[in-house]
Structures are given as C-alpha cells and as structure tokens.
Write a protein that binds this ligand. Structure first.
Ligand code: HEM
Length: 128
C-alpha cells in the first residue's frame, strides 16, 4: 500500500469517527438525551478524530505537491472544516462550563449540516 492510499484510508476512517459522534449528539432528543458526561465523551472522540482528519488531509496535499489543493472544492471544504472545528470547540467548552447539552446539541446540528456539504465536496471535487 503506498503512502497516499494509507493517508486516504486513515482520513476516511477518522472522518467517520469524527462526524459520527457529532451526528449522534445532534440527533439526541430532549430529556432522554445523553448526560453531559456522555456528550463530552462524544465530542472528545470527535475532536481527536478531526485532528487526525486534518493531519491526513494536509499529508495528502503535501504528497501531491499541492496539486490536489488547487480546486475551489478544496478551499470551500477547508473553510467549512474550520467552522466545524469552531462549532465542536464551542460546544465542548459550553458543556464543560455549564453542562448545557441542549446548546451543544444545537451547535452539533449545524456542524453536521456542514459535514454533509464537506463530504459531498470531497467526493465530487467540483472544479478540480
Ligand atoms: C469533516 C471533515 C472532512 C471529511 C468528512 C472529509 C471526508 C473526505 C472523504 C470521504 C474523502 C474521500 C473522497 C474520495 O473518495 O475521493 C476525502 C478526500 C480528501 N480530503 Fe477530506 N474530509 C474532511 C476534511 C479534510 C481536510 C481538513 C482536508 C485538508 C486539510 C482534507 C483533504 C482531503 C483531500 C486532499 C482529499 C482527496 C483525496 C483524493 O481523492 O485523492 N479533508 N475527504
């Protein structure tokens, strides 16, 4: 297996492990939703997974000498990724400070919608 293939496999696996817990928290409902401790654990998994997604994404850009990063799909998805990171970061901070699962749920719903757009952009690579 070459290095690029290894990077993309790790990238996609951790994209799943990053997006999954964010979507799980987004989908959790009302008083029967997760406890603040469970919500924090979900966001911790998402955060570390998104760090690995970023590192492997940058590795793929490096391995192609920057060629893969030329299309507008890449710039838009990178910007959306920063927004997802910020939303997950704010949701984690709110949970830590106030234990407010409702606020975290709202933020992860927005993050999930952005992740859906990122996945479509990364698969279709429009403008590449
Ligand atoms: C939530 C964030 C992200 C998700 C869900 C995600 C998901 C994906 C998926 C599913 C693919 C595979 C596309 C295919 O099969 O052709 C992919 C490819 C790619 N991703 Fe991401 N990604 C994310 C963030 C990033 C970031 C932050 C970067 C760069 C800094 C990045 C760089 C790339 C590159 C360069 C490819 C193209 C690989 C290729 O087709 O050869 N991704 N991504």
């Amino acid at each position: 297996m070459d290095l690029y293939l290894l990077a993309i496999c790790i990238h996609v696996v951790f994209a799943l492990l990053g997006a999954g817990p964010v979507a799980a928290l987004a989908a959790s409902l009302g008083p029967d939703g997760p406890s603040p401790a469970t919500a924090r654990a979900l966001l911790r998994l998402a955060t570390w997974s998104l760090v690995i997604v970023l590192v492997t994404g940058l590795a793929m850009v490096g391995l192609t000498g920057g060629a893969i990063a030329k299309g507008w799909w890449f710039h838009l998805s990178s910007t959306l990724f920063l927004a997802v990171g910020a939303l997950v970061g704010v949701a984690s901070a709110k949970l830590r400070k106030t234990g407010d699962v409702g606020a975290a749920r709202t933020l992860t719903r927005i993050a999930t919608a952005l992740v859906v757009v990122i996945i479509v952009l990364m698969q279709a690579k429009p403008g590449a």
